[in-house]
Design a protein around this ligand. Structure first.
Ligand code: HEC
Length: 132
């Protein structure tokens, strides 16, 4: 009986730990984004890559003012989490001729990055460049 109880408690603790883990995904994604994406991307302004705010659910290749490759401009699909996962795994496999020379080999890191991108809502782009 005692053993059963401790097993149940262990199970509960495990669930709690896993939940906490899942909730941390956007935070981990934000750190990964800073490390791996921010050289070219930002939520609210175009750099070497297009602005990301609202990217999940948006038609690919359509951020105003950014000059895309024809391959991405004509993609004709909406960015879903699944499609973003494939893009980050191998952009060239998704749209041959695209111009993002970066990929993320680690599936857990991709999931965290996408969790972060999902937190960027559908706000309009800012008119002025941000301070950072
Ligand atoms: C070296 C610069 C560079 C880095 C680093 C980079 N990207 Fe990109 N990214 C680009 C370019 C350039 C494009 C546009 C590609 C095209 O037009 O073919 C792009 C496009 C995208 C798009 C499509 C956006 C849209 O509007 O359709 C997504 C999503 C994206 N990048 C995510 C990321 C993420 C997440 C990271 C970090 C893991 C990252 N990128 C790192 C340069 C970069």
């Amino acid at each position: 009986m005692h053993r059963l109880l401790s097993l149940a408690l262990f199970g509960l603790a495990l669930c709690a730990a896993m939940n906490a883990h899942a909730d941390d995904a956007p935070e981990r994604g934000r750190a990964l984004y800073r490390e791996h994406c921010s050289a070219c991307h930002a939520p609210d302004f175009n750099g070497a890559g297009p602005a990301h705010r609202g990217v999940v659910g948006r038609l690919a290749g359509t951020v105003p003012g950014f000059t895309y490759s024809p391959a991405l401009k004509d993609a004709g699909f909406v960015w879903t989490p699944e499609r973003l996962d494939r893009w980050l795994t191998d952009p060239e496999a998704v749209r041959p001729g695209q111009r993002m020379g970066v990929s993320v080999a680690d599936a857990a890191e991709r999931a965290d990055l996408i969790a972060y991108l999902r937190t960027l809502g559908e706000a309009p782009q800012k008119e002025t460049a941000p301070r950072e």
